[in-house]
Structures are given as C-alpha cells and as structure tokens.
Design a protein around this ligand. Structure first.
Ligand SMILES: O=P(O)(O)OC[C@H]1O[C@H](OP(=O)(O)OP(=O)(O)O)[C@H](O)[C@@H]1O
Ligand SMILES: O=C(O)c1cc(=O)[nH]c(=O)[nH]1
Ligand SMILES: [Mg+2]
Length: 194
C-alpha cells in the first residue's frame, strides 16, 4: 500500500477533518486525522495493519513478543497489529492521568514490545506509554503508527515506522494564528486537560 492509497482510505472514511483542534500535546491545529473513523471498518483496519506490519524490518518483526498500545486511539490498530504479527496485543490506559496496565494485562521481565499508535504528532503519548511498559519490566524495541503527522520531524531513541507521513502545522497556545483562534477549539481525544 503506498501513501496515496492510505490517504484515499482516510478520505473515503471522512477522517481528514478541518477546523480548530486542541491536540493531545496541548498544541493547536487546523487539521485532525480522526483515525477511529478509518478503523471503524474491520476489513479496512485489518488491511492497514497488514500493510503497517509489512513495513517493519524482518529482524524487528521476528523479535516482537507483544504489542502494547496507548488507549483509546491505539487499541484497535494495536489489536489488528497483534493479529498481523501473531502475538498478543494489550493496552495501557490513563484513568488517573498516567498510563498503566490494568485488566489483568501484564508484561514478563524483558519481554520485547512493539508500541503501536494510531497517530504520532509530538511523540509525547508514545513516550509516556513506553515509560509504562518499561516500569512494568518490558523492553520497547520498536514504535509504529498508522500516521506520522510530524512529517518525519518526531525523534525517538527507538526505531519508528509509520504507514504514512504527513506534515500539518501545529501551534503552541500562544502562537495560534488569528484566523484559527476565531473558532473555538474542539478537543477530540481522551487525554484529560492539564
Ligand atoms: O504524539 P502526540 O503529541 O502524543 O499525539 C498523538 C496522540 O494523540 C492522540 O491521543 P489522545 O491523547 O488525544 O487520546 P485518544 O487516544 O483517546 O484519542 C493519538 O491517539 C495519540 O495517542
Ligand atoms: O495530536 C493529536 O492529538 C492528534 C492529531 C490527529 O491528527 N489525530 C489524532 O487523533 N490526534
Ligand atoms: Mg491516543
């Protein structure tokens, strides 16, 4: 699947939104990729996961013991990546604000984890989820997401792969362009406001 084909799937699903959005990181944007709309179709979710798994280098794929994804956005794609890679897929969630393993999910000491996100903007959520995995004794050996919306700018110390890379501007709260600031910001994600 090439980037144009992936973008067509997003367009067909009505997942490319324009407006004024408050992102998970606290930054603002005039664009939002609502991955949940893309992933609501199980066939499409499965197809995208197979394509994402195919992008991972063979030596990385063969080492993965478990997929971990940050709730909410990471859950569906994480589950489909578990299916594509034939490993268990669990998730971390943050009912009190910090990612933790719940629901009887666990990680064996030294277990090798692939962190799976729906979208990466600043990488903040991935870093927080990696910390939760490491605190539980796991080792994150790879990160992947359907979309890298930093356009390749995001930096991780762990190898990172995305199915599609897009560059949409984001703004700090005190840098929001006047035109954008005229519309009240919508916050689609589940992170609690700081
Ligand atoms: O790279 P970042 O700057 O962290 O942004 C990307 C994160 O933002 C979204 O999650 P959000 O916290 O909005 O909650 P959700 O997963 O419930 O949608 C998305 O699912 C990623 O986890
Ligand atoms: O940074 C975010 O919070 C974010 C951006 C985006 O385009 N889509 C999304 O689900 N989250
Ligand atoms: Mg998320």
């Amino acid at each position: 699947m090439n980037e144009d084909e992936v973008l067509s799937e997003f367009r067909a699903a009505g997942a490319l939104l324009e407006g004024h959005f408050l992102l998970s990181s606290g930054r603002h944007s005039a664009h939002y990729l609502q991955c949940a709309r893309v992933l609501m179709n199980p066939d499409r979710a499965g197809r995208l996961a197979v394509a994402l798994a195919a992008q991972l280098p063979r030596d990385l794929r063969s080492k993965i013991d478990k997929v971990v994804s940050p709730a909410m956005g990471g859950i569906i794609i994480g589950h489909e990546m578990g299916r594509a890679l034939q490993v268990d897929a669990i998730f971390v969630e943050r009912p009190t604000g910090t990612f933790e393993l719940r629901r009887g999910f666990d990680i064996e000491p030294g277990e090798k984890v692939l962190m799976v996100e729906d979208v990466v903007t600043t990488g903040l959520s991935s870093r927080e989820a990696i910390k939760a995995v490491e605190d539980a004794g796991g080792k994150v050996i790879g990160i992947c997401s359907l979309v890298d919306r930093s356009g390749g700018e995001v930096e991780f110390e762990i190898p990172y792969h995305a199915l599609v890379s897009l560059s949409f501007p984001t703004y700090a709260p005190d840098e929001v362009p006047e035109e954008l600031a005229k519309t009240p910001a919508i916050k689609p994600g589940s992170r609690k406001p700081a």
